[in-house]
Design a protein around this ligand. Structure first.
Ligand code: ATP
Ligand code: MG
Ligand code: MG
Length: 311
């Protein structure tokens, strides 16, 4: 089984405006739609679209649990969130200007988890994870979920022997690197933050590859570079008309892990991930893509392989 863990999800309320957002005016909307905001749930969505069984875990608020579950179910995402009593899952307002002119996001504060909520998650993982499983920990942390809690979470997953993938940023990503996880997918900003300002990107990646099984450094429309098994894979992205690149990385990670879980083969996994992410950026939504359309882009993904100098 693949589990995804979204510690700090959101309900995205997408408001499609009639005209560009303007201050001191009543901005009218054409329509409103709901989506799940949360990197792990986006990964789950991609896995589900590719027909790979998965379960989305994490914390959510009990007070608006019905709304949260309805969105997950509309998106076909199997879920088992732990509900925090007396709290609501935060809502993010996404105000979308017409004609692809961009959007404005307003995010509410996250819910606060208590010690007993954190214990429930750790206990659930201790009871269910096996070494055949894969786990993706993705996105930010809620209030009261400290770096020490994140460390306990990552160590619990490692101790179960599961394949541990992380899509984290800033100190959380540095922590994942120091714990020694199996997969990370930093984007250009995340890599720069890891490079301590002294090393080049290549030196940073080579150093990281000593402790992490698979690293994908993504560079948006320029594609990505993967370090795996002593080899370096340079991957070009299909050329598409981009509408919204938010969530491209989440889609990439979900599609990569789904394919890698099924095949254990790096090249098909990189190809499928690149094709799905390229299809996703053609849609306004931050997770939506169409698997059949993505598969038509597979032949456009070009990969060159060279041996890494570190091994
Ligand atoms: P996220 O918003 O999900 O956190 P990210 O910043 O982590 O995204 P990116 O580096 O922007 O991730 O993109 C991840 C992958 O998606 C890229 O390596 C590429 O394969 C694909 N991708 C992103 N933008 C485009 C684009 N405009 N055209 C084609 N493919 C793209
Ligand atoms: Mg990006
Ligand atoms: Mg990302």
């Amino acid at each position: 089984m693949i589990y995804t863990i979204t510690l700090n999800p959101a309900i995205d309320r997408l408001i499609y405006l009639n005209e560009a957002l303007t201050k001191r005016k009543n901005n009218r909307a054409d329509r409103v739609a709901y989506d799940i905001g949360g990197k792990g749930t986006h990964g789950s969505y991609a896995m589900t679209q590719l027909g790979v069984a998965n379960l989305a875990l994490g914390f959510a608020g009990e007070d608006n649990a019905d709304k949260f579950q309805q969105i997950l179910e509309n998106k076909g995402i199997p879920h088992h969130f732990l509900y925090v009593s007396g709290s609501s899952t935060r809502e993010s307002l996404v105000l979308i200007d017409p004609n692809n002119q961009g959007s404005t996001m307003v995010t509410e504060p996250s819910l606060a988890v208590a010690a007993k909520d954190k214990r429930r998650l750790i206990e659930y993982l201790r009871q269910h994870l096996t070494k055949e499983d894969m786990v993706l920990v993705a996105g930010s942390q809620p209030q009261n979920f400290e770096l020490s809690d994140l460390k306990e979470l990552l160590v619990t997953i490692k101790q179960a022997g599961s394949f541990l993938a992380c899509d984290l940023s800033e100190e959380a990503l540095s922590l994942a690197v120091s714990v020694g996880v199996d997969f990370i997918k930093p984007n250009e900003f995340e890599i720069a933050a890891l490079s301590n300002g002294i090393d080049s990107i290549e030196q940073t990646l080579q150093e990281l590859a000593k402790g992490i099984t698979c690293i994908v450094a993504s560079r948006g429309e320029k594609g990505c570079t993967c370090y795996y098994g002593g080899d370096i894979y340079n991957v070009t992205a299909p050329k598409v008309a981009e509408v919204n690149d938010t969530g491209a990385g989440d889609c990439f990670v979900g599609a990569f892990l789904a394919t890698f879980y099924q095949t254990q083969a790096i090249i098909p996994s990189l190809k499928m991930a690149s094709a799905c992410a390229a299809n996703k950026v053609q849609y306004e939504d931050s997770s939506y893509f169409v698997a059949t359309e993505a598969k038509e882009l597979l032949s456009q993904v070009k990969i060159t392989q060279s041996t890494s100098t570190i091994c």
